[in-house]
Structure formats: C-alpha cells, structure tokens
Design a protein around this ligand. Structure first.
Ligand SMILES: [Zn+2]
Length: 345
C-alpha cells in the first residue's frame, strides 16, 4: 500500500512553482507529452515530464495549484541518516516517519510542504474469531464499538459533538459579521482538531479489533447519506462530520495491522434487537425489546447488530453493555501523520 507523509521543507520554491504552472498551462492547451515542447520554460525535465503526464490528459480542463512532482527515480534515500535528497532541486529532507518503506514513489512539493509517497508492504491478515461492530453517530459518542464474542462495549469520541457545535456556532458568528479571515482561521482549527480525534479513534478501533482477534464491521456510509428519513439537523451534522475521514484513517491503519474491514449496507441496525433479532422500540438513546425484554443503550445495541451483520445473527453471550471502557486513548499522534492515500496500491 502507499502512504503519504508531509514534511515542511522550509525552502522558497515560488520560482519553480510558477514555472510548473506554466508547464501545466501549456500541457492543457497542446495536450503534448513531450518535454521538448516545454524545455524553453526552464523547469527540470524530470519534473516537467511528470506535470506533462498529468495535465496532458484530456480529462483535466483547468489548472489549479501545480505542485512540483518529482518521480521516484530522481530521488535518493539514505535510510541510515533518515534523509531524502532531491538532487535536481538541491533539496534534502530529514524524515521522522517509519523507516520500513520499500521505496519512495514520488514527492509532491508545494510552497510549504513536501508530500512523500512511500510503498509499504502489507502484513498478512490476522486470523479472526469474529467481528467487532463499529456504530457511528452524530450525537453523544461519535463511535460505539461492540464485540459480541466478549460482550464488551467501547464508547469513543465523546468530545466530538461538543467541538462540532462549538465551531459551527463560531463559524456562523464570523459569517454574520463578515470576518472572513477569522472564519478561515476557525475552520482550519476545527479541521485540525477533528483530524486529530479521527486519528485517535481510528487507531483505537484497529487496536480493539487486533486485541480481540476480530475483523472490523462498519456501515457503508454512502448508504446512510442516501437515506432521506433524517431530520434536517441530523442530515447537516452527518454531512459535515468527518465520517469519511475517520473511515479512511481506520481503513489504512487496519491494513497496516493485517486487520480486515468489511462494509455493510445499514439496514435497521438501530431498530433491531441485537439479542433476539426482532424489531424493538427506540426512544432517544434507549433501546427496549418488547419480544425478549432486552434493554440496552441504543448505540451499543446498534453496534452489536453491525458486528453480527445486520441483525441476521443472534447474540447468545450474556453481557453488561455499559461495562466497556469509555476512555478515548490519550496518546498524541505523531507530528508527521500519514495523510490520505492518493493512489491505489
Ligand atoms: Zn429482543
């Protein structure tokens, strides 16, 4: 699989970035792939070649920001001194991220950061005894995990709702006052906080799966969004909350640990009784089953349903749903965290 790490390069590349933009603009007009056509611009041919390859594609109509794209063969890596050298730009970068990568595929450089894409060998999948179910919510804990094999429940991300509310309020206020600089600042701050939470939660999900020798079951998000039966405020928070980011993080973290992830269509996960499989009554965060008398927290009931695959199975183990740890992990994430994967492996 491919992971991308960001490193602040601390070098002024404004001249080269302007040239890269020119190359892209030419490529979009001529659809040419030949470096001879852009040699007069003066950008190193290894880089202009990469830009031509991207922007000569017919599907690209507009030039946005054009990073300096350095191909793997123009990059030298010294793993012992943890140093990456790009001779054609006279740039050397020290990295702190994992050292077990196979090779550097490419580096994209913008005015501030170098995004280093590396290949990492995926470990074999672990043997599993069952699945944990991950239920995602927009209110209270944003993730509730259940393990039917042990009956244990974990509730994570309690602060998420509070942060979301606080920052939407701030954003609305600055919008009203037309303080756009402040608005941008606030939005960026929120994005960073949410990203941090998502990293911690996804890490914890994978840890729980591995410790319990389970695979991960989650609901397919696209299915949730299509569902129109939600109130307006629910839809708002669903679309603006970072479920997708969290899922991407959990996905690659799981793959790095050999943990399998499966996505299922959400069907009645909040309405079925996880113990007997019949329809129960949900009011707020409480779930009651008139058929078997089962009473549970609505979110943990839902996460058991997801773990058991849409309530198709039956839950036999006796359990106390509220015994699970409600702690979110406290470890801070590394300064250089992998961003999303730009390429399919
Ligand atoms: Zn029941």
């Amino acid at each position: 699989m491919i992971l991308t790490f960001r490193i602040k390069h601390g070098t002024d590349f404004s001249k080269e970035l302007a040239l890269a933009r020119k190359v892209a603009e030419i490529a979009i007009v001529t659809r040419s792939r030949s470096t001879a056509d852009v040699r007069h611009i003066g950008l190193k041919s290894a880089i202009s070649n990469q830009i031509l390859r991207k922007y000569s594609r017919k599907s690209i109509m507009k030039v946005k920001s054009v990073p300096l794209t350095v191909p793997g063969q123009s990059i030298k890596v010294n793993k012992e001194s943890r140093c990456i050298v790009i001779p054609c730009l006279g740039l050397s970068l020290n990295y702190e991220f994992r050292n077990d990568f196979g090779k550097v595929n490419q580096i994209e450089i913008d005015s501030e950061y170098a995004c280093v894409s590396v290949s990492i060998a995926e470990p074999p999948q672990i043997n599993v005894w069952g699945a944990i179910g991950v239920d995602r919510n927009t209110t209270k804990h944003c993730v509730v995990i259940a393990c039917p094999r042990t009956g244990k429940v974990w509730k994570l991300g309690k602060s998420a709702e509070h942060i979301h509310k606080k920052y939407s309020r701030l954003r609305r206020r600055y919008q009203r006052l037309r303080k756009y600089k402040k608005l941008k600042q606030v939005s960026r701050r929120e994005r960073d906080i949410v990203k941090n939470i998502d990293h911690r939660i996804s890490k914890k999900i994978v840890e729980i799966a591995k410790e319990n020798s389970c695979m991960i079951r989650m609901e397919n998000l696209t299915g949730i969004r299509k569902n129109k039966g939600h109130s307006r405020s629910f839809r708002y928070s669903l679309n603006s909350w970072s479920f997708y980011q969290q899922q991407t993080f959990a996905d690659y973290k799981a793959r790095l640990q050999g943990v399998q992830v499966s996505y299922d269509e959400p069907a009645l996960t909040s309405q079925l009784c996880s113990r007997c499989g019949l329809i129960g009554i949900r009011s707020g965060k409480e779930f009651k089953c008139p058929s078997c008398g089962h009473v549970d927290h609505a979110d943990s009931n839902a996460s058991f349903n997801i773990a058991l695959c849409r309530g198709a199975g039956r839950l036999h183990a006796d359990r106390d749903a509220c015994n699970g740890s409600t702690d979110t992990p406290r470890e801070a994430i590394a300064r250089m965290t992998p961003t999303s994967e730009p390429h399919a492996p």
